[in-house]
Design a protein around this ligand. Structure first.
Ligand code: ATP
Ligand code: F6P
Length: 471
């Protein structure tokens, strides 16, 4: 069992084309970004593997006993793999993505999971908006592996018939003693029941922030700063002349792509991001949480100076850049935690432009583009480049617009050579494995602070429904 004494299975519920896979993927991406080991188990994939794709709608007819048997087999195979994953890979949250549209199916899942001491959170999506369902069918179902090489109109007719078969037996969730959330018409109404514990509440809060209105998310670093020109990190310096010029080009570029749609601009509290956005004719908000990663005692130095003054720190950072915390400053891991409210707000909003910093934009970009923690600190976010993300059904489409104004390159690639960091000192460890102290004596090295497997979001141990911790 996981050392956090907490395992949650999110079990999706709903008719076909109600966004269950979409929700599963989003929750998985969010929790993984927060360092919580999460995996989706899609029963449709097991069904295709066991019984083949391209099955006609009659396979899903509840009066077809062979289809019924095959569907049960797929559900059981997915459940078996999920239980194995919890036990063998110390998973924390599994998402069981299937229709689970009858009391009987949910009862079976609930029994099998609770037997293994796994908390069950049912997530039901209900949608009565016919045009949205039609759109979902066109958007994702016609291109699914179930309908390869099939005429789109015939595929749409078949998929509607599949929905009708499920509709025949569908029972919305009303089980009073089950933990569940019901999202009705993309969260315009939400019903929750028996939610326990911090992590479940975070998942619920995240789900309540999701919307599917089409929109664009733009990222730009500030224009080149004087510190960038001198190769220094951190600080709160002015823009360079080229950086100021970039600020004058930004409004035209955004307008060209967005037309007269509305937009909100978010900046950090630092001069270089505020100055870059000055000419943009949109409402603006400054966020302290968007300030650049704090380099602590290394703030204002060049990488060469850091290597010379603090060679051990430098080597430690190269060894594990995500978890390395600057003395008196932050790690990328710390930054992800402080950006969590920004991600929630981003999910709620429509068109947004974030004018940010290299490390900050790497963290936010990694959330949308599903980068792992090891690669995250090396993502290329060049100066004088606007990145446009368009959320799609199961991910984001990306475009990059390079503005033709030269700027220095601040990307420092991962060194190819193997570095041997000096073991960190000051290793007092708290109950959850986190090193406690940052007060290092002069000359001591900065630290790789956390066990890479422990979650970034502090998740509480499992709670009894009445709130008593279970030992
Ligand atoms: P199936 O049971 O066939 O696997 P599904 O319920 O998993 O279907 P998805 O594949 O997730 O459906 O459908 C994706 C589409 O659903 C996307 O176009 C997305 O915009 C839309 N969508 C996302 N959330 C919701 C929601 N809460 N209600 C309705 N549609 C949604
Ligand atoms: O060099 C620009 C900068 O934004 C610095 O202020 C910051 O410390 C650095 O990038 C973050 O990038 P890295 O984590 O690669 O050092």
């Amino acid at each position: 069992m996981s050392s956090f004494n907490l395992r949650i299975a999110c079990v999706m519920v709903g008719l076909p084309a109600r966004g269950k896979t979409y929700i599963s993927q989003k929750v998985c991406r969010y929790l993984t970004w927060l360092g919580i080991k999460t995996k989706v188990f899609n029963v449709g994939n097991y069904r295709r593997k066991l019984h083949g794709a391209s099955l006609p709608h009659t396979f899903f007819d509840p009066h077809n006993p062979i289809g019924e048997q095959h569907r049960k087999e797929a559900a059981a195979a997915a459940l078996e793999d999920m239980l194995g994953w919890f036990d063998n890979e110390q998973g924390i949250v599994a998402i069981y993505d299937a229709t689970n549209s009858t009391y009987q199916r949910r009862k079976w899942l609930h029994e099998e999971l609770t037997k293994q001491d796994i908390l069950v959170l049912f997530i039901e999506s209900i949608c009565q908006d016919e045009s949205l369902i039609l759109n979902n069918i066109k958007d994702v179902k016609l291109s699914s592996p179930d309908y390869v090489n099939m005429d789109p109109d015939a595929a749409a007719v078949d998929f509607r018939a599949r929905i009708d078969h499920y509709q025949e037996l569908y029972q919305t969730i009303t089980e009073e003693d089950f933990t569940y959330i019901k999202l009705i018409n993309v969260g315009s109404q939400v019903i929750i029941n028996m939610i326990q514990g911090y992590l479940e509440s975070r998942i619920i809060y995240y789900l309540m922030n999701l919307h599917i209105a089409p929109r664009k998310i733009y990222f730009s670093r500030h224009g080149e700063s004087m510190y960038n020109v001198h190769g220094k990190i951190g600080g709160d310096s002015e823009l360079s002349p080229r950086g100021k010029l970039y600020g004058t080009k930004l409004p035209g570029l955004i307008r060209e792509n967005l037309g007269d749609q509305s937009l909100t601009v978010w900046t950090s509290t630092m001069k270089r991001t505020i100055q870059t956005g000055e000419l943009l004719p949109y409402p603006k908000l400054t966020w302290k949480a968007l300030d650049e990663l704090d380099a602590g005692v290394c703030d204002g130095m060049t990488y060469e100076e850091i290597e010379e003054k603090f060679p051990e720190d430098f080597a430690n950072r190269d060894e594990d850049k995500f978890n390395y915390r600057y003395r008196g400053g932050e790690s990328y891991r710390d930054v992800v935690l402080r950006l969590e409210p920004v991600i929630m707000a981003l999910e709620r909003h429509e068109n947004i432009l974030i004018i940010g910093h290299q490390a900050i934009l790497r963290c936010i970009y990694a959330y949308f583009m599903n980068y792992n923690h090891e690669d995250l600190p090396y993502i290329k976010i060049p100066l004088h480049t606007v990145i446009e993300l368009t959320p799609k059904a199961y991910g984001c489409e990306e475009k990059r617009f390079k503005v033709d104004i030269e700027a220095v390159d601040t990307h420092r690639p991962k060194p190819a050579k193997i570095v041997h960091p000096t073991p960190s000192i000051n290793t007092s460890v708290s109950g959850n494995g986190e090193k406690l102290s940052l007060k290092l004596p002069a000359g001591a090295s900065g630290e790789i602070v956390k066990d890479a497997l422990s979650p970034i979001l502090p998740i509480s141990p499992k709670l009894h429904p009445r709130g008593v911790a279970i030992k």
